[in-house]
Design a protein around this ligand. Sequence first.
Ligand code: ZN
Length: 142
Amino acid sequence: MWFFRPEKFFFERLSHDADLFTEIRDIFGRSGGRMGFFTAVGAVKNARIAFYDQNRKEYIETFLDGPAEILSCVGNISDIEGDVSVHAHITLGYADSSVRGGHLLEGTAVFACELFGVILEGDVLHRKFDDITGLKLWEHGT
Ligand code: ZN
């Protein structure tokens, strides 16, 4: 278990047509925060999400074309090989009240989005490849 203290909280309005994933990564990058977490609500014009197949150890990607509400988008920020790592999951609501969701990928177009972020102070967690899961998981910071 790793412990952190909150350093800063922030709100940010994401730009229309921005890429949801890269915009979150860039906002945290500009803030200087290397550890954090966030939530976001709003709407997207389309979405690119994935499901991790635990047997094949690969992501199965899905592109969802068309407008959807961001019912929930939650994630964390850490370090991957010196860059900002965003790990985010998203739940999307559609006009017929159905819900889809998964691991958020690049390629999701923002219609409107409000981001709430927390920048943490303390060690930085680094992601490294894990043989058992095939995922890049946290190793303790130095
Ligand atoms: Zn994930």
